[in-house]
Write a protein of this length. Sequence first.
Length: 135
Amino acid sequence: MYGDPATIRRILRDTGDTWAVVGLSTNRARAAYGVAGVLQRYGKRIVPVHPKAEPVHGEQGYPSLAAIPFPVDVVDVFVNSDAAGALADEAVGIGAKAVWFQLGVIDEAAYDRVRGAGLDMVMDRCPAIEIPRLG
């Protein structure tokens, strides 16, 4: 319901290659670390967004979406659902083209706001699972 195949395909193929990964840190045990690595292997530029602003996978980190000094195409959100809505709103505010909420991250009101702002959005899906399916 929140990840129709056409929207998933459009985000992964056509929306752009700069992905801000919110919640990405140097912790290799976290899902964000592995997913960011997959995105890189598929040609995406990942931008770590975490309060520590650590470099991850060779890319400079930033403490917030607003601190990123260049355009971001997709905001990929790895935070608890209760914090995800504010990040979706911030993604709209920085001019992102799409928002992607990871598996288990669900906020229906945020989904409606993002779509209402004209952005594509996928919720409760993982791009590392979806991107290999594109062939």
